[in-house]
Design a protein around this ligand. Structure first.
Ligand code: PMP
Length: 420
């Protein structure tokens, strides 16, 4: 893929539309890495009610107390409207930054509110961090597979992603060591390790506690920063939490957090906890991107944390997701043809499935949608074209009945694919 290639010729664009964009020769070179996922292309069909979508990662918000939330929002405007509807600082609302420190303490992090920068979801944090650290051609190391939105940010800044392997215990330290040695031998600058230690998106695995110190040590030895992305950390199905990497090496870890999965994704409130010097640059980068995160939304989150039993609400979310995870795992066990394997998540939203050789999940997707089930095919979660025998199934949103039906339909499509 190079900059000269028009965006319409890239993977995921609509075919036959390449002459329609009069701006083709105006786009910046960095837009060459911006591609739509196959599921985006199929979105209109996949979101029809008769299709069971196991593709998206939308949190299930049905358990939120909407009545009391709407009362609180009205109160907020009545009591504090002139602040809530006004610009704020790029750093974020101070009270919320203090509350965020209490949230992070649940995973062993001692952070100072000054070192927290509130962002428009952790997606903005990813964008900011990449913007701060990556020049075109710099290497970012990420698990393979990795979060598609992070890969999008890395591509937007023309960073080169090198994937490292995971097993059931998460990132394999030896593969990190090897990737760093290889980059060094090639004279490449590795800017950071991007990792999702808990309830990985899309792999569904969690980094074993025994590996955490080792991974931090390897990064230290190689002078590589760690970017820890942890939106699912409080969604362990047994209520278990793991020590954040940030809690173990505060000076070398930039931590990304979010209220999207523990409260409401549509409010778009997340945060970055960064080492002090990095934080100052982050505030400047955030200011140039958005001036400030939405004051109203920050105050809504702040009130919610102060006045609701938010931990009880997270427990309810966890129980809902656990029920859905159970439905998916038992349906996979019951229906998927021999030769398929999958991960068994202890939290979060996703199961990662590997299908037998000869089946291409990307090519199969259109047939699956025709059979009224959608998933996210594996190649979108790699920067290097790998993943054609993998797919991500999300159990977060559909009801357990729909999940069972979706897996049954998927098994039928796989079986006919394997007969070919
Ligand atoms: N990181 C990971 C691993 C995610 O799964 C997501 C959302 N799916 C995000 C970051 C972005 O979350 P948000 O911007 O809603 O905070």
């Amino acid at each position: 893929m190079n900059a000269a290639q028009p965006p319409e010729h890239r993977q995921g664009s609509e075919p036959g539309r390449h002459n329609l964009d009069p701006h083709l020769d105006r786009y910046a070179a960095r837009t060459a890495g911006m591609t739509a996922s196959e599921i985006r292309a199929l979105f209109a069909v996949a979101s029809r009610p008769e299709v069971v979508s196991l593709a998206g990662g939308m949190p299930n918000l049905a358990a939120l107390p909407l009545d009391s939330l709407s009362g609180q929002m009205a109160e907020l405007i009545a009591e504090d409207g002139l602040v809530a509807l006004q610009y704020g600082s790029a750093h974020g609302v101070p009270t919320l930054r203090e509350q965020i420190c209490d949230v992070m303490a649940m995973e062993g992090i001692t952070g100072h509110p000054d070192d927290v920068v509130v962002t428009v979801g952790s997606q903005m944090g990813l964008d900011m961090v990449t913007r701060l650290f990556c020049d075109p051609g710099d290497v970012v190391i990420a698990e393979g597979p990795s979060y598609v939105g992070a890969l999008g940010s890395f591509a937007a800044y023309q960073a080169k992603v090198v994937h490292v392997a995971m097993d059931d215990d998460g990132l394999v330290p030896e593969t990190l060591r090897a990737a760093l040695a290889h980059a060094k031998s090639q004279g490449k600058r590795v800017k950071f390790l991007y990792t999702i230690p808990n309830f990985h998106n899309p792999a569904g695995v969690t980094l074993a506690v025994e590996r955490r110190a080792e991974i931090l040590e390897i990064c230290r030895e190689n002078d590589v920063l760690v970017v820890e992305d942890n939106p699912y950390g409080l969604l362990g199905f047994d209520g278990q939490t793991y020590p954040a990497l940030r809690s173990m090496d505060p000076d070398n870890v930039v931590y990304l957090g979010s209220f999207s999965k523990t409260f409401a994704s549509g409010l778009r409130v997340g945060w970055v906890l960064a080492p002090h010097a990095v934080r100052e640059k982050l505030v400047l980068a955030a200011e140039s991107a958005t001036l400030c995160p939405p004051t109203l939304n920050q105050l809504v989150v702040s009130r919610y944390l102060a006045t609701h039993d938010w931990k009880g609400q997270v427990k309810t979310f966890r129980e809902n997701y656990r029920e859905r995870r159970d439905a998916m795992l038992s349906a996979l066990e019951q229906h998927l043809p021999a030769g398929c394997t999958w991960t068994r998540p202890d939290g979060g939203f996703y199961v990662w499935v590997t299908v037998p050789e000869g089946v291409d999940t990307k090519a199969m997707l259109a047939r699956a949608v025709t059979a009224r089930v959608a998933y996210a095919s594996g190649t979108g979660f790699y920067a290097d074209g790998f993943g054609s025998r993998q797919m991500r199934l999300s159990y977060c949103y559909p009801t357990p009945e729909r999940i069972r039906e979706g897996v049954r339909r998927l098994a039928g499509v796989l079986e006919s694919e394997m007969d070919l």
